[in-house]
Ligand binder design. Structure first.
Ligand SMILES: [Zn+2]
Length: 394
């Protein structure tokens, strides 16, 4: 694979406080060869190596969307669309959506629920170079209760034996992690309510233990406050949504939040690019409560990771930055937001070779116009995207 030396006004090496003004990054054989000052690397690197000069731009790690559903079309009825789709057409649609995310600067996606392990097939063809797309971390069919949230994806279980068998099936299909629908969800109105548990605390522990036996971590979809507490106690790695719902409204438990910090359980508070519409529909009081609990978790030191839930109604695939802007609107700093999208996401996903720019790491990086540390909108102005050293934009 060819080498290139990228030279820009600044390099954000990751975390976001590691900035090199007038910096450069050497990409060689798919990995980062060197990171340093532009003058030093320009002088030190063989003159035969092409230079990609990017005045006014920033080089930074490629971003991660920790929560997507590549099999869903973001239309009003993703369930029907997935159920009716011909497998060939669905595979092509999944590949298109993945490519769209990569063009938006997202070099890693974690898919948290698909059908027939189609994302694993795409992961394989991307990794082999046959297809162009982001790195995929795939959960395949989420475990859910009978008639429960997203049961149409094929992961319905009720007994302990069902749980063991489904985890074994997912592992055999090539899953990188196990997803459990620990509480109900909005997409499945016929199932349990969003705050209602779909599994007992004992079953959640079994799911975590069984996943570990296969070398896999667990991501838990959890809206309900009790369910969140049970998932944290069971030892899941990430809590998806984490909206602290109860029949009485939003009620969070500071002791559970402390445990999340101690046990390094990350929160993927999924927000779509259309968050303003979502907040308007919630009404001012509920929206305020939702934001307050996010700020309380942040204050307590919870590790937030970035996710859009792309594919569910209204959550489009190309609008990753819209989600990041929600966090800016509630007071997160650009540096915190960049870390959610890069180093923190990689850490929570157990990926030690992406999310930052250091020698030996995968060359997953983007070049954006301007400085995202002062203007998050810079992330919408993508000049170049590299995934494992492969340049995918002109
Ligand atoms: Zn989801």
């Amino acid at each position: 694979m060819s080498k290139v030396l990228i030279i820009a006004d600044r390099v954000i090496a990751g975390p976001a406080d590691r900035v090199i003004v007038d910096g450069a990054v050497l990409v060689e054989s798919g990995v980062i060869g060197a990171v340093g000052g532009a003058a030093e690397l320009d002088a030190g690197v063989d003159a035969q190596v092409p230079r990609l000069r990017c005045p006014g731009a920033t080089v930074m790690p490629g971003m991660t969307d920790c929560h997507v559903h590549l099999a869903f079309d973001a239309g009003p009825d993703p369930i029907g669309a997935v159920a009716d789709a011909d497998p060939g057409e669905l595979s092509a649609a999944i590949a298109d959506r993945a490519e769209q995310m990569l063009s938006a600067g997202v070099t890693t996606v974690r898919d948290l629920g698909d059908r027939d392990a189609l994302t694993v097939a795409l992961r394989t063809s991307i990794a082999s170079g046959a297809a162009v797309g982001p790195r995929i971390v795939a959960a395949t069919a989420p475990l859910t209760s009978r008639g429960g949230h997203c049961g149409f994806l094929g992961g319905e279980v009720s007994t302990d034996d069902d749980i063991r068998a489904q985890i074994a099936r997912n592992a055999a299909a090539g899953a990188d992690l196990i997803k459990v629908m620990a509480s109900g969800g909005a997409l499945t109105p016929s199932g349990p309510r969003m705050w209602e548990a779909q599994f007992t605390p004992r079953q959640l522990r079994l799911i975590v233990e069984e996943a570990e036996r296969h070398g896999l971590g667990v991501a838990a979809h959890a809206h309900g406050s009790d369910t969140i507490a049970h998932c944290v106690a069971a030892g899941v790695r990430t809590i998806e949504h984490c909206s602290w719902r109860t029949p009485q409204g939003i009620v969070h438990d500071p002791a559970v939040i402390r445990r999340m910090v101690e046990d390094d359980v990350a929160v993927c508070r999924c927000v779509s690019g259309d968050w303003q519409l979502f907040l308007d529909q919630m009404g001012p009081e509920r929206a305020k409560a939702m934001v307050e609990v996010i700020l309380d978790m942040r204050e307590a030191g919870v590790r937030f990771i970035a996710g859009t839930d792309a594919g569910v109604p209204g959550a489009r695939f190309g609008d990753y930055v819209g989600m990041l802007e929600f966090f800016a609107s509630v007071g997160f700093t650009p540096a915190e937001i960049l870390d959610m999208a890069t180093v923190n996401a990689a850490h929570a996903l157990g990926l030690s070779d992406t999310g930052a720019l250091s020698p030996g790491m995968r060359a997953d990086l983007i070049v954006v116009d301007g400085n995202p540390l002062t203007d998050l909108g810079a992330l919408r102005r993508i000049h170049h995207v590299f995934t494992a050293g492969r340049r995918v934009t002109e």
